[in-house]
Design a protein around this ligand. Sequence first.
Ligand code: FAD
Length: 501
Amino acid sequence: MKAEPIKNVVIVGGGTAGWMTAAALATVSQRTGLRIELIESDAIGTVGVGEATIPPIAQFNTLLGLDEAAFLSATEGTFKLGIEFRDWVRLGHSYMHPFGSYGRDMEALRFYQLWLRAQSIEPTPPLGTFCLSEVAARRNRFALPSRDPGDVLSSLAYAYHFDAGLYARFLRRHAEERGVVRTEARITGVSQDGETGFVESVVLDDGREIIGDLFIDCSGFRGLLIEEAMQAGYESWAHWLPCDRAVAAPCARTEPLLPYTQATARDAGWQWRIPLQHRTGNGYVYSSAHLGREDAEGALLSSLPGEPTGELRHLRFETGRRRRMWEGNVVAIGLSAGFLEPLESTSIHLIQTAIHKLIALFPDQRFAPIERDEFNRLMALQFEQVRDFLILHYIQTERRDTAFWRDVTAAEPPESLKRRIELFSSKGRIFRHQDELFDEDNWLAVLWGQGVRPSGYDPMTDGLPPQDLFRMLAGMHRSIERTADAMPQHAAFVSRYCPGT
Ligand code: FAD
């Protein structure tokens, strides 16, 4: 027997998570009769940060049918080829985590294994010089990737930097054009079924009651429905990732317009720099156990690359995840589901992943527990995999120069991460687990970048004669250099392709 479909979806919150969810659900549910209402409170406002992304965001934009140039113009966006990590291994050190692949594999032999073997014979050009995204980023160049797999330009991968406030506005227009109803009000109460605990309605400050079948909690850190009503619980990861505060300050646009994010390690955390067309985003993510609010402000302001252009913004958080992100008829998406510091720009991606999984497991009125459990299992895994990737940056470092670095390096890493580091340390082995976000090239960039050095390499590569190996590497190196040199400057590309408004 066919169960009754969901007819009313209520989205609580209109930050990036709320509007991304509304826009995606409205797009995929056209002609199904699904009614979507989003409630947000201007008085409460949004987090208002979250400006750097990673390449899979292109899939989300495709789902919405967005025109890339229009989207970037509307959000003052720029292109992002990776993240430069400065001072993470030791003061003065820098490496890049580029998007896109390193070199070319040879049949079953991975490029980085071939490169490791070459390294063991004689010094070769650095790993990063075999990745077009990194070479282009270091020269401030950008072009769209080629669709021809034979062209080196096809190995380029990119994401975006954009203004979070303008992005939410852009998505809101998209969602409202597709029938999403927006209600501006503060939610003051939640009514639940006495037996099942399912949320039946939310009560607004003007006395109105909004009923729904499915509630999506995008209310931010507090988790208005998932925690305050459903008490789903929170698993803290603060013992591994102790940063729990951020102070953010925009400043004037800086030149050159970098096609990458910068993350600079500091005394008690790290600082981001995100280049947009109309300004530069900056923020210091720090541990309040190691640094006071005023000192964090001072450290940020004294290192801004341009004139401050807006108010300082202070944020508090606890790294971790909601124990159950789907409970009853409430699904948490965004900061209400958990928080991982923006070191690898993963939060918006985790929103996108939750939306995709919710669409794939969209319930009917029966709310099959197996579908809820699968959502919770898959999302927990996604959060844990990103968590391990972040911890890697903190534990594989020579830094012991402040109490923060001594404390953070003393923590025992999770077993899952220990295994990865050990595998890489022996013969450079890297494996992507399940539908993990980060692939072998991402892990390679950060393992190598943070200074982990394998003691050997894949013995299968010994079948290739050294002269062929070096000829192949030299050829790749040359074609990457040539391709990067032919690309336009990032700023010139942006002003032609997607000028801000
Ligand atoms: P919010 O923006 O907090 O929105 C919550 C919404 O709920 C608001 O509309 C609010 O009005 C509404 N609301 C709450 N309570 C009520 C109520 N009672 N009644 C009515 N409405 C209510 N992510 C990235 O991907 N890249 C980054 O570079 C990045 N940088 C970050 C830097 C920092 C310091 C922080 C803290 C986060 C960063 N993030 C980043 C994460 C990103 O900002 C968030 O994932 C994203 O903004 C989603 O937030 P949200 O929509 O879940 O919550």
